[in-house]
Design a binder for this molecule. Structure first.
Ligand SMILES: [Zn+2]
Length: 59
C-alpha cells in the first residue's frame, strides 16, 4: 500500500468534483443538497447560501 499514491488520488478526485460544480454553476446555481435554485449571495465571504436548506457554498 502506497500511502502517497492514495493521497494524490484523493486530492485529484476532490479537484475534479470542484471543477464539475463550477461548470454546473456557470449555467445557474443549484444546491447539491436540495436541488433548489434559490440562493442569496454572501458577498463579504464570497459565499452562496441556499434559501431552502441554508447550506453555504464557497464560490
Ligand atoms: Zn439547498
Amino acid at each position: 500500500m502506497d500511502i502517497s499514491g492514495f493521497m494524490v488520488r484523493f486530492a485529484s478526485e476532490e479537484a475534479c468534483e470542484d471543477h464539475l460544480i463550477k461548470l454546473r454553476w456557470k449555467e445557474g446555481f443549484r444546491c447539491p443538497k436540495c436541488d433548489s435554485d434559490q440562493f442569496t449571495l454572501v458577498r463579504a465571504n464570497h459565499f452562496k447560501k441556499c434559501s431552502i436548506s441554508s447550506s453555504t457554498f464557497s464560490m
